[in-house]
Design a protein around this ligand. Structure first.
Ligand code: FDA
Length: 308
């Protein structure tokens, strides 16, 4: 892994650095580029604007690694409030939610995470939308896929996320490429050991293409989450090869990244879904975005040094 990326991801776990970054005034400016705001109202306002632009949305209430049942409950309540608001604003058909199981108690107890995720799925069902389970570091993959299988027994539309940097993912893609199965394929955003993950960007990209082929040739609904222009072109070519029409798969990108490309793909007739995070716990999310791109980090450090 790129040393700068490892350093930033390590800093993400350091409490002192977290305090400095989280309280520096400039952080707010940088955060605004990637995060919709702290409240449900702000999240819904951003979703409304994106939907008006012809995009679809998945909203993520920020929070992860919860080791406290009260905080997990607060996360569930935030999702219930959000889902009701999406319905009330007439957005449910074009805006779904993404949920991190670690934010609803996975580290405490898998069955607590399952119960909490079930409440969110039941509300999504009532309000006419869907849920996708984000994927976190590799120690949680099996647990997350177990919870996914349980949820899908009641709500077959629950989306999975698979990460092409993991060596296991081609097998997972093949297994999950079944009728109606919504699978988001991303490269993966956590610091992982070489025993489980490909180390070089090139290997991760090759794996992404192998996994994309497995998903496109199967019967499921693939969701390609990447900003990578080369991969987007290859996916277009492979989708045509497998006879996939635009409505039978979708592209996804993060809020604040390559917004022009998001609109371009939507104008070509593709479903383009924007992942919109919101809420007060933006630190871990911001650090992963900075780790992905040295230019973002340089911008941030310069601003911290001059204004923080
Ligand atoms: P890559 O990082 O190689 O970037 C390709 C190009 O995209 C860059 O050259 C640049 O032009 C642009 N770009 C990428 N990141 C940028 C940034 N931060 N700022 C500015 N430009 C940038 N991960 C995970 O582990 N679990 C998950 O559940 C999810 N969920 C998820 C949902 C959605 C909708 C997306 C788009 C991504 C995720 N991810 C994720 C994150 C994912 O694993 C990955 O870290 C990022 O998408 C970056 O990888 P790319 O495929 O964009 O390629």
């Amino acid at each position: 892994m790129n040393p700068l990326r490892s350093l930033i991801l390590a800093a993400a776990g350091n409490e002192t650095i977290r305090r400095v970054v989280a309280t520096a005034p400039v952080s707010r400016d940088v955060v605004r580029r990637f995060v919709a705001g702290e409240s449900t109202a702000k999240a819904v306002a951003v979703a409304t604007r994106l939907v008006a632009d012809g995009l679809t949305v998945t909203l993520d209430y920020l929070g992860e690694d919860t080791t406290d049942a009260t905080l997990a409950e607060r996360t569930v309540q935030a999702y219930l409030e959000l889902l009701a608001a999406l319905h009330d604003e007439g957005l449910a058909e074009r805006a779904e939610v993404s949920v991190k199981l670690s934010a609803v108690g996975q580290a405490l107890d898998e069955s607590m995470a399952l119960d909490n995720a079930s409440r969110i799925c039941a509300a999504a069902d009532t309000h006419g939308t869907t849920v996708t389970l984000d994927m976190e570091d590799h120690t949680t993959t099996d647990s997350t896929l177990r919870v996914l299988a349980e949820l899908r027994a009641t709500w077959p539309w629950v989306g999975a996320v698979l990460q092409s940097y993991l060596r296991r993912t081609l097998d997972d893609c093949t297994r999950l490429a079944t009728s109606g199965s919504r699978v988001r394929l991303c490269k993966g955003a956590y610091a992982e050991p070489p025993e489980v993950a490909f180390d070089s960007a090139h290997e991760v990209d090759l794996s992404y293409v192998r996994c994309a082929n497995a998903l496109l040739s199967g019967d499921g609904f693939p969701m390609f989450a990447t900003h990578d222009p080369r991969l987007i072109r290859i996916i277009g070519e492979r989708a045509a090869f497998y006879g996939r029409k635009p409505g039978s798969f979708e592209f996804q990108m993060l809020y604040g990244i390559r917004s022009d490309e998001q609109r371009r793909l939507a104008q070509l007739g593709h479903t383009m879904r924007v992942y919109v995070p919101y809420g007060g716990e933006w630190y871990g999310y911001l650090m992963r975005r900075l780790a992905e791109r040295p230019a973002n980090t340089a911008f941030f450090l310069r601003a911290l040094a001059t204004r923080g």
